[in-house]
Design a protein around this ligand. Structure first.
Ligand code: NOJ
Length: 469
């Protein structure tokens, strides 16, 4: 089986992780420009001031993507390049940059797939309370509208937000992302609701413009499975899926929050402060949402917590997906299992979990349109005689594309696959040590680009439409 001709083979990046040029051409500072300068927050104090300088080298990078045969490039827009203060004054040079980037993609027939928010919030809005302040949502909608008006003639795929669970959970529970707050579930759930409301308003605004493109949102897709077949493990998995999947997917796809979670939050006093108008807007926007983007790296293996929970200090290393953490309500914990395979960062490698999760999604939400907006292997790539031999990445992507194929065969409606990432980039917390790209960046040699083994392999996959997968 080949992938259909309208299935997009792509790769992704995010502004803060690749662009650099943090204060070039009138860009305003962001939450991440500030956060990464706080000692101890990132691996060896790495930050995105320069990143891989995509802002200045985008032509070279897009040419390489074109050489690889990429059909689509998913990138994000840095809000602070366009509105340096988050709202108000507009920086034309920021608009020009994204126009150039889009045009460069189109020059090669590469479909631009644009994420509006991939975590870099203008600092002025961060100072005013970030996503806890409803005014941030209003400013976001203005920013989104400007992007639709400026870029929507050529961009036909918009993602409103990337991975709400990550920037909210790490921002308000683990304290590992800005604003660095720990263990505050009330704030965590409030921030997620404010994001969903902003998403809903942006979707409604987009549809008013009749641009005949599509709009959706990208979520983490980390389906939970019990560690064994016991009733308790089934319960743990159900509970985990309610809190990490349904809470996030239901408002977007069904226009309402899952009752199971709402009931618990009500009992705990953690229910967000919301208005009828906000809930109604979320309800009205759901049928207008065109697709869901899924970022799949690994499933969660969960077990029910018995008795007292041992204290675990959340650190930079264990807050970003590695197993071992109890849920915020101490109902379950994620577990590393002896019979599973893991990456160097302890993320499980499970193409089977991918297929299983996609089936679960189909059962619950029906045949929604999906894009795999991220999937890939974080690794320290071996360099042998000057060549980047990222064979583990080839194997990883091969297995996961195989899982996508299998899911399509079983009737899951998937329209594209975006590897994370197009090029090696800054890992938010792990610096440049954790690589994901098809293109290597030599930090010892003026950020020179080099094609990895996976570059040639993926080129062949695209050319043959994945026939041999
Ligand atoms: C998801 C995020 O969207 C991306 O920014 C990040 O680098 C990858 N996961 C890998 O952790």
């Amino acid at each position: 089986m080949k992938f259909a001709h309208d299935f997009l083979f792509g790769a992704a990046t995010a502004s803060y992780q690749v662009e650099g040029a943090w204060d070039q051409d009138g860009k305003g500072p962001t939450n991440w420009d500030e956060f990464t300068k706080i000692p101890g927050k990132t691996f060896e104090g790495t930050n995105g001031d320069v990143a891989v300088d995509h802002y200045n080298r985008y032509k070279e990078d897009i040419a390489l993507m074109a050489e690889m045969g990429l059909e689509s490039y998913r990138f994000s827009i840095s809000w602070a390049r366009i509105f340096p203060n988050g709202t108000g004054e507009i920086n034309q040079k920021g608009i020009d940059f994204y126009n150039n980037l889009i045009d460069e993609c189109l020059k090669y027939g590469i479909v631009p797939f644009v994420t509006l928010y991939h975590w870099d919030l203008p600092l002025a809005l961060e100072k005013e309370g970030a996503w806890l302040n409803k005014a941030t949502g209003d400013a976001y909608v203005e920013f989104a509208k400007l992007c639709f008006n400026e870029f929507g003639d050529r961009v036909k795929h918009f993602i409103t937000f990337n991975e709400t669970v990550v920037f909210c959970a790490l921002g308000y529970m683990a304290g590992a992302h800005p604003p660095g707050i720990q263990n505050d579930p009330k704030k965590y759930f409030q921030a997620t609701h404010n994001v969903f409301y902003a998403h809903a308003k942006a979707v409604i605004e987009y549809k008013k413009l009749n641009q005949f493109g599509e709009i959706g949102l990208s979520h983490v897709f980390s389906p939970a499975f019990g560690v064994d077949d016991s009733e308790e493990s089934h319960f743990a998995a159900m509970h985990a899926n309610q809190f990490s999947m349904n809470w996030f997917y239901d408002p977007i796809l069904l226009g309402k929050y899952p009752e199971y979670v709402v009931k618990q939050l009500q009992e705990e006093g953690n229910l967000p402060d919301w208005t009828d108008e906000e809930l109604q807007t979320i309800f009205e926007a759901a049928p207008l949402n065109d697709f869901m983007g899924l970022n799949y790296y690994q499933p969660q293996r969960v077990e029910k917590i018995q008795g007292d929970v041992e204290a675990r200090t959340i650190t930079r290393e264990n807050s970003t997906g590695s197993p071992g953490n109890p849920s915020y309500d101490n109902v379950y914990r994620t577990v590393k299992m002896a019979d599973k395979k893991y990456t160097k960062w302890d993320w499980e490698i499970s193409p089977e979990g991918f297929v299983g999760g996609l089936e679960m999604l189909k059962e619950h939400y029906g045949q929604i349109k999906l894009y795999i907006t991220e999937n890939g292997l974080g690794d320290e790539d071996p360099i042998i005689e000057g060549e980047v031999c990222d064979i583990p990445r080839i194997n990883f992507i091969k297995e996961h594309l195989g899982a996508v194929k299998e899911a399509v065969r079983r009737g899951v409606h998937i329209k594209g696959y975006y590897a994370w990432s197009a090029i090696d980039l800054l890992s938010w917390l792990n610096g440049y040590k954790k690589q994901y790209g098809f293109i290597y960046v030599d930090h010892q040699n003026g950020l020179a680009r080099k094609k990895k083994a996976s570059f040639h392999w993926f080129k062949d996959v695209i050319a043959t439409r994945g026939e041999d997968i």
